[in-house]
Design a protein around this ligand. Structure first.
Ligand code: MTE
Ligand code: CO
Length: 420
């Protein structure tokens, strides 16, 4: 593919083009304001603003109208089997606003009436049970912030550079504070029998999507969630109830959850399906790759967030996460991996949750090759894309957690590239 070769950059070639990177952050970054701009009577000072309660459910400023989740035409077979991506380049902090959480549906967005909602537990239990939403609200609940990443996130990049923005390379992820009941409480109420080692979680949407989950995980930290970031789940995220499976691939987080069946073996064995496994170079498949490996990406600068301010002080920022624990450390390189610098971590270090990092430096205006590399609390270090390919080949579409490279040009524009 010519596309691919165009985007391949060797470190040597890059260095030959000249690079010098400033170290410490410069002081005196205050911009000089034009006198006229501050003394002028701007329209928003001259006239009264909009009335209170003009928008009973608030929306973002009109000037942020292009911050939207977006689909990709060639990845959209039809509107009900589709994915839309989180605009990571426009966000900061770690919480994804509800209206911007990427969505992935196999049978469209179900509109479930909460009055008619039912959750059933059956199979190898002493007491099969049916819960209404009101029933669920009578169990003690918890608040936990977790990322959800689709196993297909970055999958389009397995065989080389494809997408021209972090929204599309990494936007099948969101990070939300969930309010919900530990699944353990419901299973205790039903009384799981000794032979009950697996759980089938089934969705109430037209796709009836279902996944098998080991009982150990179900009892450990899964939540039956009904709130996201304080308010009711959005219909797109499974209103009124979704399953939260912390750190594990998004597909298992069944939305519009209607049934939990306790069984003695996983259902995908019974169906003899190789769905949701990774195809390797030698024709074998990797199965049960549920935990999401540590990963990170620079969100600004990135192709959709170019550098508009020219050389001088720059705030580089990104996100890191791990399905196995927390993110104590992220490294950043400006020269495609020759020199690494420890990033400044900000905010709490939570398990299975996004962590924000910054690297504040003085840009001398030369071209840079930007990368970030996550370390998780188990000691695992995010690999390069080539290291992943040498292990797994290029037939996979899932679980690509390789290091992402952005080329920042002298003009401030950013391109998706790979370094060899
Ligand atoms: N649950 C049901 N019932 N139907 C679905 O289509 N899609 C799954 C999972 N749960 C799906 C589902 C997939 S592949 C992913 S990645 C996540 O939901 C996406 O969750 P989100 O739409 O909240 O981002
Ligand atoms: Co998915």
């Amino acid at each position: 593919m010519t596309e691919k070769t165009d985007h391949k950059t060797t470190r040597r070639g890059f260095l030959a083009s000249g690079i010098a990177v400033g170290g410490a952050v410069a002081s005196g970054r205050a911009a000089v304001a034009g006198e006229a701009e501050i003394t002028e009577m701007q329209p928003w000072r001259r006239n009264l603003g909009d009335p209170v309660n003009n928008a009973p459910y608030g929306t973002p400023s009109q000037f942020e109208a292009d911050v939207l989740r977006r689909p990709v035409a060639w990845l959209t077979p039809d509107a009900t089997t589709a994915v839309s991506f989180t605009p990571l380049h426009a966000l900061d902090g770690t919480i994804t606003p509800n209206g911007l959480c990427f969505e992935r549906h196999h049978g469209g967005v179900a509109q479930v009436d909460p009055e008619k909602y039912r959750l059933m537990i059956n199979g190898l239990v002493d007491r099969p049970l049916i819960f209404t939403l009101q029933d669920l609200l009578r169990f003690p609940r918890e608040n936990r912030t977790y990322f959800l990443e689709c196993a297909a996130n970055s999958g389009m990049e397995w065989r080389g550079v494809q997408m021209d923005g972090v929204q599309f390379t990494h936007g099948m992820i969101h990070n939300v504070e969930y309010t919900g009941v530990p699944l353990r409480y419901l299973l205790e109420e039903a009384g799981v029998q000794t032979a009950g080692k697996w759980l089938l979680a089934e969705g109430g949407d037209a796709s009836g999507m279902s996944r098998s989950i080991p009982m150990e995980k179900a009892l450990e930290d899964c939540l039956i969630a009904f709130k996201m970031n304080g308010e009711a789940l959005r219909a797109e995220q499974g209103y009124p109830v979704r399953l939260v499976v912390p750190g594990w691939e998004g597909n298992m987080w069944v939305k519009w959850l209607r049934r939990l069946e306790v069984g003695d073996m996983p259902w995908h064995h019974r169906e003899e399906t190789s769905k949701y496994s990774d195809l390797m170079a030698d024709g074998r498949t990797r199965r049960f790759t549920w935990e999401m490996d540590a990963k990170s990406v620079i969100t600004t600068p990135s192709p959709q967030a170019p550098v508009l301010h020219g050389k001088g002080p720059m705030v580089l920022s990104g996100l890191a996460w791990s399905g196995r624990g927390s993110i104590p450390r992220v490294d950043v390189t400006l020269d495609g991996g020759i020199n690494w610098h420890q990033a400044r971590m900000d905010g709490p270090e939570l398990d299975k949750s996004l962590r924000r990092f910054y690297y504040d430096f003085n840009w001398d205006g030369t071209a840079l090759l930007l990368q970030s590399r996550a370390h998780d609390s188990t000691g695992y270090v995010q690999p390069t894309k080539d290291a992943l390919r040498s292990l797994r080949g290029v037939n996979s579409n899932y679980h690509n957690n390789g290091i992402q490279t952005w080329h920042l040009g002298k003009d401030g524009r950013v391109r998706n590239v790979e370094v060899t």
